[in-house]
Every structure is written in structure tokens, then in C-alpha cells.
Write a protein that binds this ligand. Structure first.
Ligand code: DHB
Ligand code: FE
Length: 280
């Protein structure tokens, strides 16, 4: 049977991708950011997961404002990099796992979650920057990826509660897949940042770290935090953090922290990163 072996969360700041792609990762500004992922790259290289369910948000690269799915699962065999801003990154094509993706879709939809099934989709920095942070710059990504795109760009995003419950449903789906696979769930985006308006540049270290403590220890409580608190405390783009609750929902109530990292700033954003494992 397939099993969930770990949950990982990380920010997805596009400038991190541009720094890596343009050979600037060793510069004083970027060095401490990449240093926070050194342990994780080593750890992942040893763990060798088969599949990552990568929860991220599209930034109008795959979906224009014409159609904005709340939860969309990528069931294709592969996904091309695309992006706004700096343009498509020079990173490998992302290979999918259509069989597991379709199994998750049928299982989760029958657990009353309405996923949109996507058979062709490009993936932007929301997905490729976490891949680069955690796998570096290989010729080919060492893992298959099931993209799970969550709308946190156009109001209304899903509630933290619904994201947390979706994570639990994804775990049930994975554990009922009849193939021996090590599957990780990654939650991406955040932490505090606001890109527009009078509060642009907002960062809230104290709130971020307290939120992360609670995500680890008391995710039920975190799942009840309303959107307005994310907007007020973590800025308008801080609401991306609801995606970390999908990762957390896929793990046991009690987890072990394998690695934790927090750094300010990267571009306009507070960078957070955590690796969690079930305790047993
Ligand atoms: C930045 C962060 C994001 O999450 C994003 O999608 C775009 C820009 C930033 O910090 O500049
Ligand atoms: Fe973003």
C-alpha cells in the first residue's frame, strides 16, 4: 500500500528561483536563505520519496481570471514550467503520477470534496521554487509530482478548516492506493507578506513563529483561524498559509519536527520551512 511518509512546508518566493537560475545563490543576500535548506536536501536525498503531492497556488500562469478552481488536481503525465514575472524557469519538466492522481481524485471527491480534474496544466514558481529549494538543480527531478492547485489569489479562498480536512481525505486516499509508494505532502506559500497597497512589505515574525508552533502542536486550533486574521497579521498574501494546513491534515495529530527554518527577508516575504514526520 502507499503511505504518507512526511509533510514538508516551504515558502515559494519567485526571486529565490531567479537567484538560483542566475547563479546568485552564493551572494550574501541569498546565502542564508539557501543554507536553511541544506539539511533538507540531504534528508530528501536519503529518503527518496516516490511521489510528492505538492499543494501550491497558481499565480495566473495556468488559470486566468476566466476560470479559477478552488482545488484543482493535476492528473497529467507531465507539466511544463511557466511563469509570469521572470518568465518560465529553466528547470526540468515536472513528471506526474496520473494513476495515483486519478485515484486521489476519485477517493477525495467521493469523500465530498469537489476537486477540479486538470488533464493539462503548466506549473509556475508556486510549484517550481519549492522543488528547487529541496532538490537543487538536477537534470531531471528525482520524484514524481501531483500538483494540487489551491485558489488563494482571488477572493474567496477556501477556509483553513476545509484545507485541514482535505489533507485528512488525501491521506485516506493515498493509504487506499494499492501500490507500494512513499508519498510526501508538501504545503507551500507564505509566510507573512503583502505585495500591494499601503501595507506592502508587511512582515510579522512574531505571528509567523507562533502560528508555526501551533501548526505543529495544535493544528485543530490553527484550522479555525479566520481569513481576516491572516490578512491582518500576515498580510494579504499571507493567506497562502492555509495551504500548509493540507499538508498538516495528512499527518497524525502528533508529529515530530525534523527540521525548522525561518528567515527574513527574501524579496518581500518571510521565508518559513518545516519538515514533519508522524511520531511512531
Ligand atoms: C513575492 C512572493 C510571492 O509569494 C509571490 O507569489 C510573488 C512575489 C515576493 O516576495 O516578491
Ligand atoms: Fe505567492
Amino acid at each position: 500500500m502507499a503511505r504518507i511518509t512526511a509533510g514538508i512546508a516551504t515558502s515559494h518566493v519567485p526571486a529565490i528561483g531567479a537567484a538560483l537560475d542566475n547563479g546568485r545563490a552564493g551572494e550574501p543576500y541569498w546565502k542564508p536563505v539557501f543554507a536553511g535548506y541544506e539539511f533538507s536536501r540531504q534528508w530528501l536525498a536519503e529518503r527518496k520519496p516516490d511521489v510528492v503531492v505538492l499543494v501550491y497556488n497558481d499565480h495566473a500562469s495556468a488559470f486566468s481570471l476566466d476560470i479559477v478552481p478552488t482545488f484543482a488536481i493535476g492528473c497529467a503525465a507531465s507539466f511544463q514550467p511557466a511563469d509570469e514575472g521572470w518568465g518560465p524557469r529553466p528547470v526540468p519538466i515536472v513528471e506526474g503520477h496520473p494513476e495515483l492522481a486519478l485515484h486521489i481524485a476519485q477517493s477525495v471527491i467521493q469523500q465530498d470534496f469537489d476537486l477540479t480534474i486538470i488533464n493539462r496544466m503548466d506549473v509556475d514558481h508556486g510549484l517550481t521554487v519549492p522543488m528547487s529549494l529541496l532538490f537543487g538543480q538536477p537534470q531531471r527531478w528525482p520524484v514524481r509530482v501531483i500538483p494540487l492547485a489551491v485558489n488563494v489569489v482571488l477572493y474567496p479562498p477556501p477556509s483553513g478548516r476545509r484545507c485541514f480536512e482535505l489533507g485528512k481525505a488525501i491521506r485516506r486516499a493515498v493509504e487506499s492506493f494499492d501500490e507500494d509508494l512513499d508519498v510526501e505532502v508538501w504545503g507551500t506559500g507564505g509566510m507573512s507578506h503583502q505585495l500591494h497597497g499601503p501595507r506592502a512589505g508587511l512582515i510579522n515574525r512574531e505571528w509567523d513563529n507562533h502560528w508555526l508552533d501551533r501548526l505543529i502542536e495544535d493544528p485543530e486550533a490553527v484550522s479555525r483561524i479566520p481569513h481576516v486574521e491572516y490578512l491582518r497579521e500576515a498580510g494579504s498574501e499571507g493567506v497562502e498559509l492555509v495551504m500548509w494546513l493540507i499538508m498538516r491534515g495528512a499527518l497524525d495529530p502528533r508529529v515530530r519536527t525534523v527540521h525548522r527554518f525561518y528567515h527574513v527577508p527574501a524579496s518581500n516575504t518571510a521565508v518559513g520551512h518545516v519538515i514533519l514526520e508522524n511520531e511512531e
